[in-house]
Write a protein that binds this ligand. Structure first.
Ligand code: DX5
Ligand code: ZN
Length: 217
C-alpha cells in the first residue's frame, strides 16, 4: 500500500498558539498543512482568512493546501496564492464556471483542486478530470471540524479512482472530514492519496505520533 500524503487541518489547532502548532507540524511527518477557509455563506461557519494564512505561511516549512469553502472563490484565489498557498481547492457547488476557476488557479502556478460535498456525484467531474490536480472528497458536510465520517465515501473513492484511471489522468484523491486511524487504511485501499485530519491529530495527546500513525497506517 502506498504511503498517503498527510495534511493535518489547522482548523482544529490551538489558535492562540498558532506558531507553536505550525512548528509542531514542521517537526512531524505531515506532508502538507490543510487550511480551511469558511465564509459564513457557502458554509454555516466562519473560520479565518488571508492574514492568518500569511501568518501560518511565515512559519510553515510544508506546503499550504488551501480549501476554500466560500462563494465566488475567483475573487480571492490570487490573494491566497500571494498569502502562500501551494494548492487551492474550490467547491464544485460554488463554481458555475469550474473550468475557468481551475485555469485561474493553474495560471498562478498552484495545484488546482475541486472539493465536492457528500451529495455531489463524482461523475460530474468526468469532463474536467484532466484539468484537476486534486479532487477533495468531503467525507462530512463542510463547515465544522470534529464530525462523523460518512461511510458512503468509500464508494465515491472507488468510483472516482475508476474515472481517473480510465481517463489516464494523474489527479490525486483527497479525503476531508472525520478521518482517523480506523478508516485511514480502508480509504487508502480504496484509492485515496491524501488524508486530511483535524481533530484526530490536534485533539490527541501526542499529535506528532498520531500523524506518524496515519502516515504509516
Ligand atoms: C470541514 C473541513 C475539514 C475539517 C476536518 O469543513 O473542511 O478540513 O477541518 O476536520 P476533522 O478531521 O476534525 O473532521
Ligand atoms: Zn478542509
Amino acid at each position: 500500500m502506498n504511503k498517503p500524503i498527510i495534511a493535518p487541518s489547522i482548523l482544529a489547532s490551538d489558535f492562540a498558539n498558532l506558531q507553536r502548532e505550525v512548528e509542531m507540524l514542521n517537526e512531524s511527518e505531515a506532508d502538507w498543512i490543510h487550511i480551511d477557509i469558511m465564509d459564513g455563506i457557502f458554509v454555516p461557519n466562519i473560520s479565518f482568512g488571508i492574514p492568518v494564512t500569511e501568518a501560518i505561511a511565515a512559519h510553515a516549512k510544508k506546503p499550504l493546501d488551501v480549501h476554500l469553502m466560500i462563494e465566488k472563490p475567483e475573487n480571492y484565489v490570487e490573494a491566497f496564492y500571494k498569502a502562500g498557498a501551494a494548492s487551492i481547492s474550490v467547491h464544485y457547488e460554488a463554481c458555475p464556471h469550474l473550468h475557468r476557476n481551475l485555469q485561474q488557479i493553474k495560471d498562478l502556478g498552484c495545484r488546482a483542486g475541486v472539493a465536492i460535498n457528500p451529495h455531489t456525484n463524482v461523475q460530474l467531474l468526468e469532463d474536467v478530470i484532466h484539468d484537476i490536480d486534486i479532487v477533495c472528497l468531503m467525507s462530512v458536510n463542510p463547515g465544522f471540524g470534529g464530525q462523523k465520517f460518512i461511510e458512503n465515501t468509500y464508494n465515491k473513492v472507488r468510483q472516482l479512482k475508476e474515472i481517473i484511471v480510465d481517463a489516464g489522468a494523474s489527479t490525486m484523491i483527497e479525503i476531508d472530514g472525520g478521518v482517523n486511524q480506523s478508516n485511514a487504511g480502508h480509504l487508502i485501499e480504496a484509492g485515496a492519496d491524501i488524508l486530511v485530519a483535524g481533530s484526530f491529530v490536534f485533539k490527541s495527546s501526542e499529535p506528532k505520533d498520531t500523524i506518524a500513525d496515519l502516515k504509516n497506517v
